[in-house]
Design a protein around this ligand. Structure first.
Ligand code: CP
Ligand code: NVA
Length: 306
């Protein structure tokens, strides 16, 4: 049966760990391993309704390096914007493609697409989640810290899509996360409740960024205004100012704490240039790992779905 990755809840803890292991193997072998072409003859559709640099390019390169082909569709150029029902789009694309990565606003749309497709559907970011991002982030933490459990992860900033996927990962793997967000910008309550009710890991939400990063092993931030929230940028810039990840904040964390950001970053807003380029930043390795994790995901979903 085909498998989708729409949220991290689609994966068991063993699945997550296996994906990380495979991703690390891909990283070691790199693209030099031209013999391994498990997706030869297969085509991945990438349908994006929001901009992307990393996710699009890393999925494309991952697919090509695994021997497959890619077709990219800007959602606005498809008949979906002329009200073709998603159920019809899903059926038709299932006849051409072997898998789909989709980036759009509505999580519901991605779920409908998956429900009506006979091929794997991968969530490449919605307003609610960014599961593939957090999978490669977990790999980065494991590489840098040698473990995932027993660490304090501090999320500083907006309770957004990436934060939601972090909350899911915390519950699934039994991690420890403290999120500091301004009042009114907390993570979605249903997502929080489901994760807390799962009973694994510890999740707390507070408003003081200094308290959140106290003795943290990992500090993670993301943009203050996500894609689709551009009009709120000015207001958010004022409200989120105390949440900037700068040297003053990072000094409260453990001496060997690492700083992460999914990118794109706005230097001088959610993160200072000094921290982004500083010795604790693992952000560039983090971005690179997306390629290897996307290979692991494509291999898992598209080779095993035969
Ligand atoms: N981190 C991430 O998803 O980046 P892009 O928006 O460039 O894909
Ligand atoms: N929260 C950000 C993540 C970008 C990768 C956004 O949705 O714009």
């Amino acid at each position: 049966m085909k498998k989708d990755v729409l949220t991290l809840w689609d994966l068991e803890p063993e699945d997550v760990m296996q994906l990380i292991e495979r991703s690390m193997v891909f990283k070691k072998s790199n693209s030099a391993d031209v013999q391994y072409r498990p997706l030869q003859g297969k085509t991945l559709g990438i349908i994006f309704d929001k901009p992307s640099t990393r996710t699009r390019v890393s999925f494309e390169v991952a697919m090509i390096q695994l021997g497959g082909g890619v077709t990219f569709l800007s959602a606005k150029d498809t008949q979906m914007t002329r009200d073709e029902p998603i159920i019809d789009t899903a059926r038709v694309l299932s006849g051409y493609l072997d898998g789909i990565v989709v980036r759009t606003y509505s999580q519901e749309l991605v779920e409908k697409l998956a429900l009506n497709s006979s091929i794997p559907v991968i969530n490449g970011l919605t307003d609610m989640y960014h599961p593939c991002q957090v999978l490669s982030d977990l790999q980065t933490i494991l590489e840098k810290k040698g473990k995932l459990t027993g660490l304090k992860i501090a999320w500083v900033g907006d309770g957004n899509n990436v934060a939601h996927s972090w909350i899911n990962a915390t519950a699934i793997l039994g991690l420890h996360i403290v999120l500091a967000t301004p009042e009114g910008y907390e993570p979605n309550q249903d997502i929080l409740r489901k994760a807390i009710d799962h009973g694994k890991g510890t999740i707390s939400v507070l408003s003081d960024p200094f308290e959140a990063v106290q003795d943290a092993d990992v500090i993670y931030t993301d943009v203050w205004a996500s894609m689709g929230q551009e009009k709120e940028h000015g207001t958010r810039k004022r409200i989120f100012q105390p949440y900037q990840v700068n040297d003053n904040l990072v000094d409260r964390a453990k001496k060997d704490a690492i700083v992460m950001h999914c990118l794109p970053a706005h230097r001088g807003e959610e993160i200072s240039n000094e921290v982004l380029e500083g010795p604790r930043s693992v952000i560039w390795d983090q971005a690179e790992n997306k390629l290897y994790m996307h290979k692991a995901i494509l291999e898992r979903l598209m080779v095993d779905s035969d």
